[in-house]
Design a protein around this ligand. Structure first.
Ligand code: HEM
Length: 504
C-alpha cells in the first residue's frame, strides 16, 4: 500500500500544483481582463461555475446572489452569464438597456430544430420578421378586440372543465389539477388558432400533446454541456436535441394536418370568410399567397409551436400553484371563496366580466405569480455589445438572466416574502404588466410576453370557476417542491377531490 501511495504521490502533487498554477493564472487573467465585470464566485478551469448550479438553477442563483449581490457574473464553460436579482437591476436590463439586451442566447436543443432562425421567441428583435410575427399575434390573438371576441369561447371551455369536475365529484375521484387545466388551456388556444378542440378530458391524445409540450420545455431548459461548449453540440451528450426533435415533430405533424385542411378549404371557397368566423390560422394563411407572400408553411408551424409551448403549460401551472397555495392556506381559501360567493352568489356560473369585481382573486393571481413565476429566469437575453449596468461591464454576447423568482422572494422588497399573503396587493397599484420591476413574471420591455392579456383571463376564469362551484378535499398533504425546465412545475402534481357546491 505504502509503495502505491508513494508512487502516486509525486504525480498527484505535480497535477495538483499544475492545477493551482493554472487556476490562479486564470483567475488573475480574468480579474485583470474583467476588472469591470460584476462580482461572482471563483470558478474552476474549463467548466467555470457549472458545478455550482443545481437542478433548480433559480434557487442556486438566488443563494449565490446573497453573497455576490444583485448583479453577478458567472461563467459556464465559454458562456459569460450575468444574473440580476433586484428590481432596480431588473429595470436596468428590461428598460434602460432593453434595446441592447433583448436578443436571445438560444440553447443547443432550440438550434437543433432551427427554431432560433424562425421563432418569434428566439429571433432577433430588430428584424422585420420578428416585428411581423409580434404584430400578427398582437392583432389576431391578443388585441382587446380579439380578447373580447373570444370571451364566450373561454367561458364555454371552462364550463366543460366544470362538467368534468362534476363527474369526478360524483365519483369522489381525485383530479390532477395541472392536467385538467392544461386541457382547458389547450382547447382555448387551439380554438383561437384552428377553431377546434385538440383534446378531451378522457382522451389519451391530450396526454400525447401534454407530454410533447412538457418534453419540449424540458429539452430547452435542461442542463446541456453543448450550451456552454458549442463544439460538443453534435454529440448531444444529454440527449436534449434528440428529445426536442421528437417532441416538436409530433406537434408539427398535428399543425401540418390543420394547415393542409384549411388550405384545401380555402382553395374551394369563392368568397372571403366572414370576419367573425376567421381564426388565427386563417389570418396567417392569407399571408402565404401571392408573389409578395410574407410567410410560408414552415414559418407558420414554428409560430404555432411557440404559441402552444409558451401558452399552455405556463397558464395551467399557474392555476395548479394557486390551488396548492389556497389549499395549504385555509384562511386565504375562505376569503377567496367568500368574495366569489358575495359577488356571483346564486348566478349559477361565472361570467368573465365578473372577475373585474373580484379584487381578492386578482390579488391571489398576483401572489401566485410572485411566489411561483412560471418562467423563473425569464427567457435568456443576450448582450449585443458591451454595455455598462450599474457601473459593471456586461460583455458582448453574454447571456443575461433576470431571476424573477428570487426578486419575488427578496426580504428587502417584500414583507414575509415566503408567505402566501394576497392581502399585500389590496389597495396597491402593483401589477404584472411589466411596469413594476419587483413583479415581472411576464418579463418587460419589447420582449414582454405577448400572451399576457390572454393568460391573465384564462388563469383567473379557471380559478374563480373552480372555487365557485366546488369545495376541495385533499387526499394527501400538499408539498411545494419544484422541478425546472424553462418553466417551473410542481414536482408532485396536485390531486384533489372536488366537492360540488354551486350549481353551474
Ligand atoms: C401565466 C402564463 C404565462 C407566463 C407567466 C408567461 C411568461 C412569459 C415570459 C417570462 C416570457 C419571456 C419574456 C422576456 O423575455 O422578457 C414570455 C414570452 C413569450 N410568451 Fe408568455 N407567458 C404566459 C402565457 C403565454 C401565453 C398564453 C402565450 C400565447 C398563447 C404566450 C406566448 C409567449 C411568446 C410567443 C413569447 C415570446 C415573445 C418574444 O420573445 O418576443 N405566453 N412569456
Amino acid at each position: 500500500m505504502e509503495i502505491v501511495s508513494e508512487n502516486l504521490l509525486l504525480p498527484f502533487c505535480f497535477i495538483l500544483s499544475f492545477f493551482f498554477i493554472f487556476t490562479s493564472v486564470r483567475f488573475r487573467q480574468s480579474s485583470s481582463r474583467s476588472a469591470m465585470l460584476p462580482p461572482g464566485p471563483p470558478r474552476l478551469p474549463i467548466i467555470g461555475n457549472i458545478h455550482q448550479v443545481g437542478k433548480l438553477p433559480h434557487r442556486s442563483f438566488a443563494d449565490l446572489s446573497r453573497t455576490y449581490g444583485p448583479i453577478m457574473h458567472l461563467k459556464f464553460g465559454r458562456l459569460n452569464t450575468v444574473i440580476v436579482t433586484s428590481p432596480e437591476a431588473a429595470r436596468e436590463v428590461l428598460k434602460t438597456h432593453d434595446q441592447t439586451l433583448s436578443s436571445r442566447t438560444s440553447p443547443n436543443s432550440i438550434r437543433s430544430i432551427n427554431h432560433q432562425n424562425i421563432s418569434v421567441a428566439w429571433i432577433h428583435p430588430s428584424t422585420a420578421r420578428w416585428r411581423l410575427l409580434r404584430k400578427l399575434s398582437a392583432t389576431h390573438m391578443f388585441s382587446p378586440q380579439r380578447i373580447e371576441a373570444t370571451k364566450a369561447l373561454r367561458m364555454k371551455k371552462v364550463q366543460e372543465l366544470m362538467s368534468f369536475m362534476d363527474e369526478s365529484s360524483e365519483r369522489e375521484e381525485a383530479v390532477d389539477i395541472s392536467r385538467a387545466s392544461f386541457i382547458t388551456t389547450l382547447n382555448i388556444i387551439s380554438n383561437i388558432i384552428f377553431s377546434v378542440d385538440l383534446c378531451s378530458y378522457g382522451s389519451e391524445i391530450s396526454n400525447g400533446f401534454h407530454d410533447s409540450v412538457i418534453g419540449g420545455m424540458e429539452a430547452a431548459g435542461s442542463p446541456d454541456l453543448a450550451n456552454f461548449f458549442p463544439l460538443l453540440g453534435f454529440l448531444d451528450l444529454q440527449g436534449n436535441s434528440e428529445r426536442m426533435k421528437f417532441c416538436t415533430e409530433r406537434l408539427f405533424k398535428v399543425f401540418r394536418g390543420f394547415i393542409h385542411i384549411k388550405t384545401a378549404e380555402k382553395s374551394l371557397r369563392n368568397d372571403p370568410k366572414d370576419a367573425s368566423n376567421r381564426d388565427f390560422l386563417d389570418a396567417l394563411l392569407d399571408l402565404t399567397v401571392g408573389d409578395e407572400a410574407e410567410l410560408d408553411n414552415n414559418d407558420i408551424e414554428h409560430l404555432l409551436l411557440d404559441m402552444f409551448i409558451a401558452g399552455t403549460d405556463t397558464s395551467s401551472n399557474t392555476v395548479e400553484w394557486a390551488m396548492a397555495e389556497l389549499l395549504t392556506n385555509p384562511k386565504t381559501m375562505v376569503k377567496a371563496q367568500s368574495e366569489i360567493q358575495r359577488i356571483i352568489g346564486q348566478n349559477g356560473f361565472v361570467q368573465e366580466p365578473d372577475i373585474s369585481e373580484l379584487p381578492y382573486i386578482q390579488a391571489v393571481v398576483k401572489e401566485t405569480l410572485r411566489l411561483h413565476p412560471a418562467v423563473p429566469l425569464l427567457l435568456p437575453r443576450k448582450a449585443e455589445t458591451d454595455v455598462e449596468v450599474f457601473g459593471y461591464l456586461v460583455p458582448e454576447d453574454a447571456q443575461v438572466l433576470v431571476n424573477v423568482w428570487a426578486i419575488g422572494r427578496d426580504p428587502n422588497v417584500w414583507e414575509n416574502p415566503t408567505r402566501f399573503e394576497p392581502d399585500r396587493f389590496l389597495g396597491e397599484d402593483i401589477d404584472v404588466k411589466g411596469r413594476d420591476y419587483e413583479l415581472t413574471p411576464f418579463g418587460a420591455g419589447r420582449r414582454i410576453c405577448p400572451g399576457l392579456p390572454l393568460a391573465v383571463k384564462m388563469v383567473s376564469l379557471m380559478l374563480v370557476s373552480l372555487l365557485y362551484s366546488f369545495d376541495w378535499k385533499l387526499p394527501n398533504t400538499v408539498d411545494m417542491d419544484e422541478t425546472f425546465g424553462i418553466t417551473l412545475h410542481k414536482a408532485n402534481p396536485l390531486h384533489v377531490v372536488p366537492v360540488k357546491k354551486n350549481r353551474h
